[in-house]
Design a protein around this ligand. Structure first.
Ligand code: NDP
Length: 292
């Protein structure tokens, strides 16, 4: 058996198209251009690539992209003061502080200083609490992207057994909350989980967000299950390197019913959802009906 490939790249392009339509309407009917501010502290190469690509796609859908690049030695006070300025700026509807931050900066403090309504990453403690209690919130982009792919493929997820491998605040935990919200029976696995392979074998839906290249192999997967691979790992490939997920695509795709590739699966959905969240934030800030 060979699994259906869930084409996140194509789906993300459709999401961005929808975002662009809403942006055009906001400009035309309300005279408002949504603005996304991205703050990058330091010179982490992967973060620089992400920020560049976020800026490009933000502009492409017609929104204003505001970039603040700060030196690695920026003080916490200066960063907090920039965030306060962005919180107060009515032209800024979404604020994203690129993680990870340099060690001398307190990530929780910084994230929680963002105005929750502008927290398009959905990491502020208020948004975490709202999501956890099933209330309207800003939903973290990567798990939201995974949920959109799953809903698109399955329609209803109600009653399905879902196993999320990974319990981080940015992927694993919000993913589990979203799946619970869609009435899955959810298990969260992590590095201390016993008999992980057996746990995964019981899943109709597997979401792998571990950060370990190709850890989940085909023999862990229940035949016909849907596999969402969040992992982005760079591994040596001869003289060069290549990107692989947390799932061994070659073996898993022989057993699964459907699977996301890496690259081209969850990755593009993350940025598309960030843009969608910014439009949502803009609509909420201006009392305009938000897109579905
Ligand atoms: P974290 O390192 O924060 O969390 C990893 C989780 O995996 C932890 O909960 C950890 O358990 C668990 N884990 C580690 N080793 C094992 C193991 N052997 N068995 C079971 N569980 C294990 O990572 P993130 O959640 O931030 O990211 C996960 C992956 O997703 C990474 O590859 C990252 O690059 C990628 N990613 C991709 C994005 C995208 O846009 N596609 C966006 C964000 C992340 P414990 O808590 O016990 O330590």
């Amino acid at each position: 058996m060979s699994a259906d490939i869930i084409d996140g790249k194509a789906f993300a392009a459709k999401v961005r198209e929808k975002v662009a339509t809403h942006v055009a309407r906001l400009k035309e009917e309300n005279g408002i251009t949504p603005g996304l501010a991205v703050v990058l502290v330091g010179e982490d190469p992967a973060s620089q690539v992400y920020v560049r690509s976020k800026g490009k796609l933000t502009t492409e859908v017609g929104m204003n992209s505001i970039e603040h690049k700060l030196g690695a030695d920026t003080s916490e006070a200066d960063l907090l003061s920039l965030i306060a300025q962005l919180n107060a700026d009515p032209a800024v509807h979404g604020i994203l502080v690129q993680l990870p931050l340099p060690d001398h900066l307190n990530e929780d403090l910084v994230i929680n200083s963002i105005e929750p309504a502008k927290d398009v990453d959905g990491f502020h403690i208020s948004n975490v609490g709202l999501l956890g209690t099933g209330q309207k919130s800003m939903v973290p982009c990567t798990p939201l992207g995974c949920l959109m792919l799953l809903r698109d493929y399955h329609g209803s997820l109600s009653g399905m057994n879902a196993v999320v491998i990974g319990r981080s605040n940015i992927v694993g935990k919000p993913m589990a909350n979203l799946l619970l919200g869609d009435s899955c029976t959810v298990t969260i696995a992590h590095s201390r989980t016993q008999d992980l392979q057996d746990v995964v074998r019981g899943a109709d839906i597997v979401v792998a967000a571990v950060g370990r290249p190709e850890m989940v192999t085909g023999d862990w997967i229940k035949p016909g299950a849907t596999v969402i691979d969040v992992g982005i790992n760079r591994i040596p490939n001869g003289e060069k390197t290549k990107l692989v997920g947390d799932v061994d695509f070659a073996s898993a795709s022989q057993v699964a019913g459907a699977i996301t590739p890496v690259p081209g699966g969850v990755g593009p959905m993350t940025i598309a959802c960030l843009l969608a969240n910014t439009v949502t934030a803009c609509c909420r800030a201006n009392g305009i009906k938000e897109p579905k």
